[in-house]
Design a protein around this ligand. Structure first.
Ligand code: UDX
Length: 442
């Protein structure tokens, strides 16, 4: 089987590589010549565990190819995935121009039956726009070639994307025909071990499933953040409450960790997008609006704690930051709470010294010389007036308290992810503030 994947961003690259690993002949297409020439040499543009080796291996085996020519990639392909970016446009809605450009390009060159699948996260109704764009081009050429459209949303988590692709909880596909269903079922067969289902449905349902899934997960997080804030007021410990409710299998123990708000390229964008879609049908998604509002406030909660601790006087103080990426195992800082927190600290006149195991280059693009960067976690603690833990990287979990105490000017830790034991911290002589943990009366 031969397929084409357009867009070598995070989704396209993981999708193409994982399909090639099952023996499918995959051509990945991108208009960025530099990116393609680097990929051909095995240099990959993103940090994703396991991906680099997998790419090298499949390139060597001759079943993973990279090109800038979409036309070339169509040759003998049965399926083409559109996995190009949908950046937010001026009003915040997804900019579909890349997706539709690809659709027009397909229409210009299509010469045999093909299933055209949208893989990018796109607004409901996009698959139909793709169909229209292809049809327009075929009409211009005066040819009649059968093609099908489908929507196959991805549910990959950054940092675990390869594993998620290889062992999906489920695969969701919206199709317009039995023909498309048959081809896609064949393509995904190797990933359907262990009874994980492939769910075929109509196209709008598949398109909405993606948004509903992310919105539900974001809701769980905002709900817990709200409860954590209440815990502080009533003298409860959210860790206990979390365990208490999570053991009810109807609720489940996943995605109920309070923190400093969700970030990343999906949740913030998708929650906004589903609210906007509903609005266009004159429907107000009240719950999701609250989810978003709570998240915005939660990103600021740690700075409020810092200011309260220092009686609103942080001017000239230096704060150490551990962790910048929106979550561990990625260098991605899109919508990362760290950005809001660092900016707020600086606005209040504080200085910031930051360290992250992999996101330092991304941080430099964001903050340039306005903050200092450390070589390692302890480097940033030198003369710090406080430590803010923002991303729960494993290497921050068991720190050397003695070294910390020696280096820091002021022994106070603001733990945005509740990774430390409050009692242990206090025993080691640190003032400690977590999220929703008032057992230590904070
Ligand atoms: C998410 C979805 O999980 C994935 O299915 C979808 O395809 C894309 O969006 P991702 O953004 O990579 O994936 O990260 P995820 O691990 O889901 O975390 C998102 C954010 O929520 C992070 O900022 C994380 O810190 C936060 N989070 C997660 C919490 O604050 N508490 C939790 O309990 C879980």
């Amino acid at each position: 089987m031969k397929i084409s994947i357009v867009g070598t961003g995070y989704v396209g690259l993981v999708t193409g590589t994982c399909f090639s690993d099952t023996g499918v002949n995959v051509t990945c297409v991108d208009i960025d010549e530099e990116k393609i020439s680097k990929l051909k040499k095995g240099i990959i543009p993103i940090y994703e565990p396991g991906l680099e080796n997998m790419i090298k291996n499949n390139v060597e085996k001759g079943r993973l190819h990279f090109t800038t020519s979409l036309k070339e990639s169509l040759d003998q392909a049965e399926v083409i995935f559109i996995a190009v970016g949908t950046p937010p446009g001026e009003d915040g809605s997804a900019d579909l121009s890349h997706v539709l450009n690809v659709a027009h390009e397909i229409g210009k060159h299509l010469d045999h039956t093909m299933v055209v699948v949208t893989k990018s996260t796109v607004p409901i109704g996009t698959a139909e726009k793709v169909r229209k764009a292809i049809r327009e081009e075929l009409e211009k050429r005066g040819v009649d070639i059968t093609f099908y459209v489908a929507s196959n949303p991805e549910f990959l988590k950054e940092g675990n994307a390869v594993e998620d692709f290889l062992k999906p909880d489920r695969i969701v596909v919206g199709t317009d025909s039995e023909e498309a269903e048959k081809v896609i079922r064949r393509l995904y067969k190797p990933f359907l071990l262990n009874n994980h289902p492939i769910l075929f449905m109509d196209i709008p349902s598949a398109e909405l499933t993606k948004y509903a899934a992310n919105a539900m997960l974001a809701t769980k997080i905002s709900f817990m953040n709200d409860i954590a804030n209440l815990c502080e007021l009533v003298g409860a410990d959210v860790n206990m409450v979390r365990k208490g409710i999570g053991s009810d299998s109807r609720i489940g123990n996943k995605f109920i960790y309070p923190g400093i708000g969700y970030g990343g390229s999906c949740f913030p964008k998708d929650v906004k997008a589903i609210i906007r879609t509903a609005k266009s049908y004159n429907y107000h998604l009240r719950l999701l609006q609250a989810v978003e509002d709570i998240n915005e406030d939660q990103k600021r909660i740690l700075v409020t704690k810092v200011k309260k601790y220092f009686n609103d006087d942080v001017k000239g103080k230096t704060f150490a930051i551990w962790g910048l990426s929106f979550k561990p195992h990625t260098d991605d800082m899109r919508e990362a709470p760290s950005k809001v927190i660092i900016n707020e600290l600086m606005q209040a006149g504080a200085k910031v010294k930051a360290y992250d195991p992999v996101a330092m280059n991304e941080a430099k693009k964001e903050f340039g010389n306005t903050i200092q960067y450390g070589q390692d976690p302890y480097d940033v603690l030198i003369d710090a007036d406080g430590l803010l833990l923002l991303t729960e990287w494993p290497e921050f979990r068991i720190p050397n308290y003695k070294v910390m105490a020696k280096l820091m000017n002021h022994k106070v830790v603001f733990d945005g992810r509740n990774i430390y034991d409050a009692a242990e911290m206090e025993e080691k002589g640190f003032d400690y503030f977590g999220i929703g943990r008032s057992l230590n009366k904070r």
